[in-house]
Design a protein around this ligand. Structure first.
Ligand code: ADP
Ligand code: MG
Length: 220
């Protein structure tokens, strides 16, 4: 189980006319073990900031994250590294896949970055799970946007994470292709916790088991 308590984060601008933004203002919530949870809100409401804190990509100014009963305040640097690398799979709006490698290689790279050997059977199995069976030898530039995003999901899955975090995963896609990506994430949420950042209320209401709505850094 995952819980955040009283998270605060302020961004201070540099320079004379800079503004200070309270991106997260005392945010507390708990997440279930499985299911699809949406972080919904307008642009600038603090969704990505919250996701990045939960994912250990950035640190709050104050507040804590409880992961499997352990408080992030008691985490060492290497605890955070292993949390990020093995416990969570990230999916970003821009796919972040490497065009010079084929699909299989893009996925197995995630294993190699963890110091694990390549596992062809596992890659095959995951390609099937995200409905990309048979496309392993293709280069990313021959795929549609929705297929690329599913490669990114496959790459997150190969690490067998317990939590999938996706920041505007359909942001670069039309709504039909976006739906395919959400269908894939929904299927995964039967066994994992899937946290999705989105500004699309329609998708959130269709797919979300729960919606956490943010406005000006607060849960509303
Ligand atoms: P969302 O994902 O909901 O669009 P963000 O979490 O990205 O919102 O941003 C929340 C607020 O914090 C916004 O006002 C944004 O401009 C500000 N912000 C986010 N990241 C930074 C940063 N690295 N430096 C300064 N301000 C930031
Ligand atoms: Mg964002």
């Amino acid at each position: 189980m995952l819980e955040v308590r009283n998270l605060c984060k302020t961004y201070k601008g540099k320079g004379k006319h800079s503004v200070t933004v309270k991106a997260l203002d005392n945010v507390s919530c708990t997440f279930p073990k499985t299911g699809m949870i949406f972080l919904l809100g307008k642009s600038g409401s603090g969704k990505s900031t919250l996701l990045n804190m939960i994912g250990g990509l950035d640190k709050p100014d104050s507040g804590e994250i409880i992961i499997k009963g352990k408080n992030s305040k008691d985490f060492s640097g290497s605890d955070f590294d292993s949390y990020r690398n093995t416990y969570i799979g990230f999916i970003f709006q821009e796919y972040n896949i490497l065009n010079e490698f084929n699909i299989e290689q893009n996925i197995s790279l995630a294993l190699q970055l963890q110091g694990k050997p390549n596992d062809k059977a596992a890659v095959e199995k995951i390609l099937k799970e995200v409905d990309l069976a048979g496309l392993g030898k293709r280069k990313p530039n021959t795929l549609s946007g929705g297929q690329k995003q599913r490669v990114a999901i496959a790459r997150a899955l190969i690490k067998s994470p317990e939590i999938i975090m996706a920041d505007e995963p359909s942001g670069a896609l039309d709504s039909k292709t976006g739906k395919q990506v959400f269908d894939t994430l929904k299927k995964l949420s039967e066994e994992k916790l899937v946290i999705v950042v989105s500004h699309d209320r329609d998708f959130a209401e269709i797919y979300g088991d729960r919606i956490i709505e943010l406005s000006d850094g607060k849960i509303i």
